[in-house]
Write a protein that binds this ligand. Structure first.
Ligand code: G1P
Length: 269
């Protein structure tokens, strides 16, 4: 199904990257010469997205400036600058709250949500693959993680698997290791029914006192269903220093000039 709109929740504080994120949005941290948010927008463009909604806040204006430049000077993306819009999130009250802030801009159609922290290197657009498989049930990207890491993620309780699709009977936000029903973790790509806004509006705070998108997905399973999509490619958790460094090294290793630097560094050790 054609998905036209994407929401980028970019209102987070980026505390794991203090002090640099005191002045620079974490979404603007660079993988060599492009910021993380660039890669997310590129993946969305390749998925056929036409409208880009950023849920932003004070201190994040360099994201707007960056895309002004990319459109007006570099003419980098083959979409119109008017297709980018920005809405404010007054307080960082969680991913579910950020998505709810985009309600009026999304309106009444299925839409995508992408987290720029989840950097996915693949020959295919992960979001594009998801859109091709979307059939009206809420959809999340999923990958298998080490059991010791399950409490960092939303975890799917699996009803059945069919090729790259994982049908959920339940889902749990950041469960303790001993309570996790599987190791199928949610990665930051979603295609959601607009009905989720009514659910989010009524939702009580969950883990960490935040409005959790995962809790809304759980409530909607009986009416809408929930499907995980096992994507191709490598995912890097660029919300962490280790993940960002690994992503930079991976991208550098694909460039002959930069690869030399990695080789020299390894030789010197
Ligand atoms: C969010 C979601 C979580 C998901 C994760 C993927 O958590 O709440 O369900 O697994 O993104 O990156 P966060 O990393 O924002 O704490």
């Amino acid at each position: 199904m054609k998905i036209r709109k994407v929401v980028f929740p970019v209102g987070g504080l980026g505390t794991r990257f203090f002090p640099i994120t005191r002045a620079i949005p974490k979404e603007m941290l660079g993988i060599i010469d492009k910021p993380l948010i660039h890669y997310a927008v590129e993946e969305a463009v390749h998925a056929g997205i036409e409208e880009f909604i950023f849920v932003t806040r004070h201190g994040k204006s360099s994201i707007e400036d960056y895309f002004d430049y990319m459109f007006s000077h570099a003419n980098y993306f083959d979409v119109k600058i008017g297709s980018m819009c920005y809405v404010r999130q007054d307080e960082p009250k969680g991913l579910g709250h950020a998505v709810l802030c985009a309600k009026n801009l999304v309106n009444n159609e299925p839409f995508a949500v992408m987290s720029a922290d989840d950097f996915i290197l693949s020959t295919k657009s992960c979001l594009g693959e998801m859109a091709s498989n979307y059939d009206g049930a809420n959809m999340v990207a999923t990958m298998s993680v080490d059991r010791k890491d399950v409490s960092k993620y939303g975890i799917i309780d699996v009803l059945k698997e069919d090729g790259s699709l994982v049908y959920a009977k339940s889902v749990d936000e950041k469960p303790p290791v001993e309570e996790a029903k599987s190791t199928h973790a949610i990665v930051g790509r979603y295609i959601l029914s607009p009905d989720i806004f009514d659910v989010l509006e009524q939702l009580a705070p969950g883990v960490g006192g935040e409005i959790q998108l995962t809790d809304a997905l759980l409530q909607m399973i009986p009416t809408c269903g929930l499907v995980g999509f096992k994507f191709e490619g490598q995912r890097f958790d660029c919300g962490s220093k280790k993940g960002l460094l690994a992503a930079i090294l991976q991208v550098a290793s694909q460039d002959a000039n930069l690869q030399q630097v990695i080789e020299e560094f390894n030789r010197r050790k």
